[in-house]
Design a protein around this ligand. Structure first.
Ligand SMILES: [Zn+2]
Length: 122
């Protein structure tokens, strides 16, 4: 099919293609979770245990997923097997927020331009 290059017309929206490009990144989004995964080494309840004298002999690692719910921090214990899954999901969430922030910035620019154009037409 012969592609015809459209001349940039009045009313063209230069933000549109950039917005679409970034929107495609949403197709790659996998399961996501807010919050962070923490790895902890713990002291036990046994006062004579070496973990109390030597930080390198603490027990663990123990994994926790923590997130905020209505201003409160919620912690969920994770098995060592689950930790990488949750870690990847929290990373997905951070990336998703970056993508959404970019889309919002472009939307702001585009909408301001569209509003100006609408004003001119009136
Ligand atoms: Zn101990």
């Amino acid at each position: 099919m012969p592609a015809r290059k459209a001349a940039p017309a009045a009313g063209v929206d230069p933000t549109r293609s950039r917005f679409r490009q970034i929107r495609e990144q949403l197709q790659q989004v996998d399961y996501f979770l807010k919050g962070t995964v923490l790895k902890r080494m713990m002291k036990c309840g046994q006062p004579t245990c070496a973990c109390h004298r030597d930080a390198s002999r603490r027990h663990g690692p123990y994994f926790e997923w923590t997130y905020k719910l209505q201003g409160k921090t919620v912690s969920v214990k994770l098995s060592p097997q689950a930790a990488p899954l949750y870690q990847a999901a929290t990373k997905q969430h951070r990336q998703l927020k970056v993508v959404l922030a970019r889309m919002e910035r472009l939307s702001r620019t585009a909408l301001a331009r569209l509003a100006r154009q609408a004003d001119t037409i009136d």
